[in-house]
Design a protein. Structure first.
Length: 170
């Protein structure tokens, strides 16, 4: 009886691990998709409304399409109490540990975007948005391919490892 319970727990443990790893890849894709959407909204607002950075950040914080990016709301709060935008942007991103864990390799681009936004004229800001949108779009495409591949591989692999471990125990 204990042996059967142990086998089931091990099998479910491996299966759960497979699903967790696949979920990790999916979350990376979702975050990058939200960043690309944020850059598109910022570019549109800059182009048609010529907004200052503070107003732009408030609009981004209220946008439901990019609600996964909690650092924007944190940045708005920091700038409203009088802190400069670039340090607020950087600190807000660094405080969001899940974001830092999910996309550490492109985090530097996100920091650079915050440093460059609002520091040039309108055309410079629009080209800045376009430049970073292209960078994050390429990263999104690469992560999307990985997500499609691993979303099927890891759950199956986890289940198979669990069954194999259960058979070995017997």
């Amino acid at each position: 009886m204990i042996k059967i319970a142990a086998m089931l727990l091990i099998a479910f443990g491996f299966a759960f691990s497979g699903f967790s790893i696949a979920s990790f890849y999916k979350k990376k894709t979702e975050i990058l998709n939200d960043i690309v959407a944020m850059l598109s909204v910022a570019q549109t607002q800059l182009r048609y409304a010529c907004m200052p950075v503070g107003s732009l950040m408030r609009i981004l914080a209220e946008n439901r399409r990019i609600s996964n990016l909690g650092f924007i709301s944190s940045c708005v709060k920091k700038t409203e109490i009088g802190k400069a935008f670039p340090p607020s942007w950087r600190e807000s991103i660094e405080e969001e540990k899940e974001l830092c864990r999910l996309i550490p390799d492109v985090l530097s681009y996100l920091f650079q975007f915050g440093e460059e936004l609002g520091s040039t004229d309108l055309e410079g800001q629009l080209s800045c948005c376009e430049y970073y949108k292209q960078i994050f779009q390429k990263e999104l495409e690469m992560r999307d391919e990985q997500n499609k591949k691993y979303s099927k591989l890891f759950p199956t692999l986890g289940v198979m490892l669990g069954i194999s471990a259960a058979v070995i125990i017997v």
